[in-house]
Design a binder for this molecule. Sequence first.
Ligand SMILES: NC(=O)C1=CN([C@@H]2O[C@H](COP(=O)(O)OP(=O)(O)OC[C@H]3O[C@@H](n4cnc5c(N)ncnc54)[C@H](OP(=O)(O)O)[C@@H]3O)[C@@H](O)[C@H]2O)C=CC1
Ligand SMILES: Nc1nc(O)c(N)c(N[C@@H]2O[C@H](COP(=O)(O)O)[C@@H](O)[C@H]2O)n1
Length: 270
Amino acid sequence: MSSIPSFPDDLAVQFEPYLPSANTNGFPSLTLTFATSLDSALSLGPGIQTQLSGSLTKAMTHHIRTFHSAILVGASTAISDDPGLNSRIQGAKHQPIPIVLDPNARWNITESSRVVQTAKERKGRAPFILVNSQNLDDGAVVERKKMLQNYGGGYIGINVDDSGRFKWETILSMLKQELGIESIMVEGGGNVINSLLEEEGNRRFVDNVIITIAPTWLGKGGVVVSPDRKPDPKGQYTQPRLKEVKWIPMEEDVVLCGKLNASSTLYNGP
Ligand SMILES: NC(=O)C1=CN([C@@H]2O[C@H](COP(=O)(O)OP(=O)(O)OC[C@H]3O[C@@H](n4cnc5c(N)ncnc54)[C@H](OP(=O)(O)O)[C@@H]3O)[C@@H](O)[C@H]2O)C=CC1
Ligand SMILES: Nc1nc(O)c(N)c(N[C@@H]2O[C@H](COP(=O)(O)O)[C@@H](O)[C@H]2O)n1
């Protein structure tokens, strides 16, 4: 994995208002950040890694990673992308802890997974994988946990709800209490991002949003960011809307920054 040239200071300063600050709500500060096409797609389809960021916006992402205690992705992203989940920016002073939501222990992480290689080379941290508590005694999980513990990572069991999901409140408070995580960068994929945006109760956890928009359409069939919506009893929709918005053009891409914290707009239904 080649190192990424440093991010220019004059651009870095523009992102400062959107970096984590100490939260008073008892949860880690959460930054939602991803790269999308003009038709809201993260990738061409499930299981397909698609390069959307240009070289400067990629450097921006790796710069922003150094300001967070952790990076979080869903199991499908870990399986399809085999990501490094570190910062490869030149002179990175801090490496985030990778966190993967994998209730069913689907990710067969091994010594040769990129994130483990990265930790072995001391270019990043070993991951913590969150599984359904009932899967903690599974033979494969026990073996993988032993391997990860050699590098400072591990598996953590969390109870799932009726739909087989962890509650965001539980994830975030556990990460703060057990791993001392103060800030977390949620990178994807679609399933993880939509679950944060579709419920008002979850949107309140999203402090900052940094989205790279690439000038391309990926077409139908992509993994899209498009959260489910539900009308209220009057048939109206309370939809998330960013405040303190800034658009930063960077080469061919544009980066949208904003604050969320449950900020929304009320729309009349049909
Ligand atoms: N452009 C970009 O910036 C990015 C692009 N991507 C792309 O996105 C695609 C993957 O996205 P997608 O398919 O939506 O999958 P995700 O990466 O969002 O992973 C989804 C899985 O994660 C687990 N999961 C998610 N939320 C929870 C929760 N609250 N509690 C417990 N488990 C949870 C579930 O596992 P289970 O099914 O076992 O229950 C779920 O099916 C890939 O193509 C990847 O390349 C990914 C990140 C960033
Ligand atoms: N910022 C950004 N731009 C893209 O074009 C992308 N495809 C992604 N994907 C995310 O980055 C992870 C891979 O990066 P590393 O190997 O960790 O450097 C991938 O897993 C997605 O989370 N991001």
